[in-house]
Design a protein around this ligand. Structure first.
Ligand SMILES: CC(C)(COP(=O)(O)OP(=O)(O)OC[C@H]1O[C@@H](n2cnc3c(N)ncnc32)[C@H](O)[C@@H]1OP(=O)(O)O)[C@@H](O)C(=O)NCCC(=O)NCCS
Length: 188
């Protein structure tokens, strides 16, 4: 369950080049900043995304219907600008001990250490929510995402062949990465 501590979560991170970025949960007032964040996404990048992030109604619905118990969205901001977003997706029933991570950064904020910081912050939040396993599904073309996840401790658990279909019908493999935060025996 979402706690007050989750909602007041704030972290200022200093990137390798000295730039300072605030990490905080997404809020309903972020609608315009989210639209601006996704506006420059290229067609090539969008081919690999699960959603059409250039659809303003979709982005509006994300900011208007925030349910931190379903999806915890963490944004990286500089002033009013959103420069990165990472989300932690929770499950129910037999999958309630697992959560999935997704991430996207503005082009000019890649390779500056921000991706690692966002992922690390979501791992901390998952730990506080007693999540055992954090997962990520990444199209295998995205070697840089896989590398960034490996660097913070994820392991490739499986590769699902022909699992992702691009808008034009091309097919890609998907790597399923896992980070185990708790083992059952840890509890005894
Ligand atoms: C992948 C991503 C999150 C990495 O974030 P980042 O801030 O650029 O990465 P960091 O600077 O924290 O670097 C972490 C590590 O990732 C790897 N990495 C990041 N970008 C890389 C690239 N272009 N090529 C190779 N390795 C790369 C490196 O191992 C790097 O460590 P190093 O700098 O010590 O070599 C970011 O580039 C991104 O948002 N990419 C697109 C996201 C996407 O496609 N999401 C959908 C799938 S979930």
């Amino acid at each position: 369950m979402v706690t007050k501590e989750d909602l007041i979560y704030r972290q200022i991170v200093t990137m390798r080049d000295g730039a300072r970025v605030l990490l905080r949960p997404l809020m309903p007032t972020d609608r315009q900043a989210m639209l601006d964040f996704f506006l420059p996404v290229s067609n090539e990048e969008r081919r690999y995304m699960r959603h059409n992030v250039n659809d303003s109604q979709l982005i509006t619905s994300w900011t208007e219907n925030i349910d931190y118990d379903q999806v915890f969205p963490l944004v990286a901001t500089i002033g009013d600008r959103i420069v990165g977003e990472a989300t932690l997706h929770f499950n129910e029933g037999p999958a309630r001990h697992r959560a999935e991570i997704r991430i996207f950064l503005a082009k000019d904020f890649k390779r500056r250490g921000l991706g690692s910081k966002l992922i690390q912050s979501l791992i901390d939040i998952a730990r506080k929510r007693s999540i055992h396993l954090v997962e990520a599904q990444v199209v295998t073309d995205h070697v840089e995402v896989i590398k960034a996840l490996h660097k913070v401790g994820f392991e490739t658990a499986a590769v699902f062949e022909e699992y992702f279909m691009l808008p034009d019908g091309e097919i890609r493999d998907v790597a399923c990465l896992m980070l185990r935060l708790r083992k059952v025996e840890d509890e005894f």
